[in-house]
Structures are given as C-alpha cells and as structure tokens.
Design a protein around this ligand. Structure first.
Ligand code: SAM
Length: 268
C-alpha cells in the first residue's frame, strides 16, 4: 500500500484479507473448476484472485480503485486475469461472458456496495449459478432470513425465490487489514433448479418492494395502491394469504404465486 501510495478507503469498503490460511481455505471451499467462468468483484490486491487464477478458472475481476486496478493490470493481467476497471454497481454483467453463459461470483465484496451489487445480479435474465461472497454479518443474515424474523425483507424474498442460501462462516475482524469494526460472513447462494422466469422476477420485485414499503402496515393496502384492490385480493386469495397480514409474514413462495397471478391478469 505504501508503494502504491494507497490509504485504505472506508468509502470503498477497503478491508483486505490478509490471513493466508483463510484465503487458502476459501479458494478450496469454493470448489474451483478449471476454465469455469468466474467473476470477482473488488479484487483489491488480488489475494483471492491469485488463488483462483492458480486453479485455472476463467476469471474476470471488476475493480473501482484506479491505483489497485493499475497494480492488477501489471501483476495479474499477464497471468490471465481479465480486468474491468469501473463500478461493479454499473457493470453490464451480461456482456462479460455473454448472456447465455453460466458463471459464478466469488468475492470479498465491498461493504459499501455489496447489497446493491447482489441486487443487480438477481435482476439478470441469467443470474449467477452460484455466489460465494463475503459481506458484513448483518447483511448476510438479512439475505438468509426467514418470514417472521426482523431481518426478513423485500430483498430476502427475492433472493429466496432464486437461491438456496447458507451462512457458511462468521469471520472475525482480525483476518483483515485494516480491521473492520464488525464481523463479516461468508454466504453461499446456489441457484435453484426451477428458479422463476425473468418476467416473473420483474413483477415479484415490484410486488415485494411495495409490500414492504412500510413494514408495520398491512400488505394489502400497500400492494393495492400499485396493482389495484381487485387484483391484489385475487392474488392474495390464490396464494392463501390472509388479507390482514403484513409482508414480513408472507413466504417467498407465496409472493411468487401472487406475482404469477398478476402476470396472468396482464400486469407487465
Ligand atoms: N478482494 C480483496 C481482498 O479480499 O483482500 C479486497 C476486498 S475489499 C473488501 C473490497 C474491494 O472492492 C476493494 O478493492 C475496493 O476498492 C473495491 N470496490 C469498492 N467499491 C467498488 C465498486 N463499486 N466496484 C468495484 N470495486 C469496488
């Protein structure tokens, strides 16, 4: 860092993994296959990147920090890394490997943008086959929450329709430099075989967003303000959901049934 004149940026969530043993474990745990397409977001100094390259994966990394990108261009692009210098919140992911190519995301995500990046990936017509990512603990628990829990949110319901999510490990601050103030977590999100179509996910996103807009309010009123009383009543009845319920008690599957009813009735 001294050589490159870098002071770690809080704004860019720069907490670098420095524990070699843990990095080896993470690479092994990820079950990397030769030539499989992988995207790494926020490679930093490339601690995980070098391990993935050593395993022979086809690797594209997206780094926002200019100095780090310059370092990676010099050190790792000659070793096979494809580098995109830019903001992972704005990257066109479909153009990296092509719209029909399955890929995995394996990353220690920046705290600052992790949620936005994952939400963007969920919206791809072909979302990543798997994501093994490190996030702040509280966000990871939100991703893996269940209906009725405080952490259950609109994003949780969207994730649960697409992925089987497991909390793999809680990671203490001392594995990073600089040490973050909070614990981190590795989560593994494996895409479901029968994940919902792009069209259904689009409506599902709109439905969960409006339904969770005010957590303490009943879902019906909020959803009806967008989709109309009649349609929402039909959708909730079809999904077997009580009209008096709040969104936090509705399961991801019930949201999907409701979204399907809305589509069947012509909502786009
Ligand atoms: N992977 C490295 C490691 O584990 O040591 C670094 C991880 S660090 C938590 C996050 C990295 O993401 C930093 O290198 C930071 O510059 C980069 N970053 C932050 N915001 C970004 C964004 N919007 N797009 C791409 N990279 C970003």
């Amino acid at each position: 860092m001294e050589r490159l004149g870098i002071a770690p940026s809080k704004k860019l969530g720069q907490n670098f993994l420095v524990d070699e043993q843990f990095l080896d474990w993470l690479a092994k745990y990820s079950g990397l296959k030769e030539k499989e397409p992988v995207i790494e977001i926020g490679p930093g100094f490339g601690a995980l990147t070098v391990r993935m390259l050593a395993a022979g994966v086809r690797l594209t990394a997206i780094e926002f920090d200019r100095k780090l990108a310059g370092y990676l261009r010099e050190e790792l692009v000659p070793k096979g890394l494809t580098l995109i210098e830019g903001d992972a919140c704005k990257t066109d992911y479909e153009s990296i490997y092509g719209p029909d190519v399955d890929f995995r995301v394996i990353s220690n995500l920046p705290y600052s943008a992790g949620t936005v990046i994952v939400a963007k990936l969920l919206d791809l017509p072909l979302p990543p086959r798997e994501m093994i990512v490190m996030l702040q603990k509280e966000v990871a628990f939100r991703f893996a929450a269940h209906p009725g829990e405080d952490e259950y949110s609109a994003l949780t319901a969207r994730i649960a329709n697409l992925y089987h999510t497991t909390i793999v490990k809680v990671i203490p601050p001392d594995l990073f430099y600089p040490r973050p103030e909070i614990d981190s977590c590795i989560i593994r999100m494996t895409r479901k075989e029968d994940y919902p179509s792009f069209a259904l996910r689009k409506i599902l996103s709109r439905l969960v967003r409006v339904s969770f807009a005010h957590r303490r309010k009943k879902m019906f009123r909020q959803a009806a303000s967008v989709f109309g009383d009649e349609l929402v009543e039909l959708a909730m009845n079809t999904a077997g959901v009580d009209l008096d319920i709040r969104a936090e008690r509705v399961t991801p599957e019930q949201f999907a049934v409701m979204a399907q009813v809305l589509i069947d009735k012509g909502v786009q």
